[in-house]
Design a protein around this ligand. Structure first.
Ligand code: HMG
Ligand code: MG
Length: 300
């Protein structure tokens, strides 16, 4: 049996949060229903954040409520504070994610507080989540570079990650938010984090602005990381990281992992159908190299 690598599909959240023209609820739901047919085991549905800050993610709780719940497919919502958590709880959500950063300036721009203050808010979220048997994932942004502060010390990434884990997050996703990292620098970050935490509780979240995400994922695999976030058709970016492009596409990640002999549980035909449908809705060329080659082969 091949070793399993978990893919966390973040397109409906990280992808769509950055669209200039927000998709409506029906379009967001259609994307997630497509993704639920692909064999993906974890899908981020949206964020319970202020609609004034991120209008694209408005009504994520309602969207969650409208989705079918299926054994073996985890659906999650981002909840930066107790207000967001209560919205997720009210619709029966079983997994939420809190998010902070290794950079003070980014945390301030993204969630309007310091790193320490973000942990005060998370303490409330995690206590409430534990009381309701809800899993909490943690995100650390700016693990290599920050758009406001430049290079980030890997020890700071390790410190924030360990703090999230000690507080009760079951998995910490390390966000290479602006996609500037190269594998040598990613290696240093994992070395610092792996000195504090087991590889089993760490995940990689790589944006692809400079085309380095797949190289950074290969580096992460070499260091034992077995959970990666990706976005169908490479959608997305972060509204508070100007110029940052989408995550590694789920299509390219699937290709790397399957060719390297890892099991992902993904059905390729269903994945490509989802990929095709969202590209049609957005009327956009898919930046995934694998998707381009796949459709070219289908035509030939
Ligand atoms: P704030 O203004 O400091 O919050 O925002 P506040 O507590 O002072 O409240 C102000 C208003 O927001 C009030 O409403 C609250 O009710 C409302 P008003 O009285 O003005 O009408 N409010 C909320 N509404 C809905 N849901 C909530 C909520 N909380 C307060 N949960 C807040 C703080 C965190 C809400 C704000 O800064 C925010 O929404 N930020 C958006 C953050 C975000 O979604 N960023 C993108 C996701 S993170 C990411 O992309 C990085 C990642 O992908 C990893 C990587 O790539 O690095 C994860
Ligand atoms: Mg991201």
């Amino acid at each position: 049996m091949n070793e399993f690598v978990k893919i966390v599909e973040v397109g409906p959240r990280d992808g769509l949060q950055n669209e200039k023209t927000p998709l409506n609820l029906e379009q967001r739901k259609a994307l997630i229903l497509d993704l639920m047919r692909t064999g993906l085991k974890s899908i981020e549905v949206g964020s319970c954040v202020s609609a004034k800050w991120v209008p694209q993610m408005a009504q994520s709780d309602e969207l969650y409520a409208q989705l079918p719940k299926m054994d073996g497919i985890g659906l999650s919502l981002l909840t930066p504070n107790i207000k967001g958590f209560e919205a997720a709880l009210a619709v029966g959500c079983k997994e939420v994610a809190v998010f902070t950063a290794a950079s003070e300036s980014f945390t301030r721009k993204n969630i309007n507080c310091s790193i320490d203050e973000s942990f005060e808010k998370f303490a409330d979220v995690i206590a409430a989540a534990q009381a309701h048997d809800i899993k909490v994932r943690g995100y650390v942004s700016c693990i290599v570079d920050c758009p406001y502060e430049g290079a980030i010390d890997p020890q700071q990434v390790a410190k924030v990650s360990k703090r999230l884990y000690d507080m009760g997050c079951y998995e910490i996703s390390l966000g290479e938010t602006i996609g500037t990292a190269t594998p040598d620098r990613v290696k240093n970050v994992w070395n610092a984090c792996l000195a504090e935490l087991d590889s089993k509780v760490l995940a990689g979240h790589f944006h692809n602005t400079f085309g380095m995400a797949i190289a950074n994922i290969y580096q992460s695999l070499e260091q034992g990381i077995r959970v990666f976030d990706s976005s169908i058709s490479g959608l997305g970016g972060c509204p508070y990281a100007k110029g940052a492009s989408g995550n590694i596409s789920t299509e390219d990640l699937y290709y790397l992992l399957s060719k390297m002999g890892f099991e992902t549980g993904i059905d390729l035909d269903a994945l490509m159908q989802a990929s095709h449908n969202i590209s049609q809705v957005l009327n956009r060329q898919n930046p995934s190299n694998f998707a381009t080659a796949y459709w070219q082969n289908q035509r030939d």
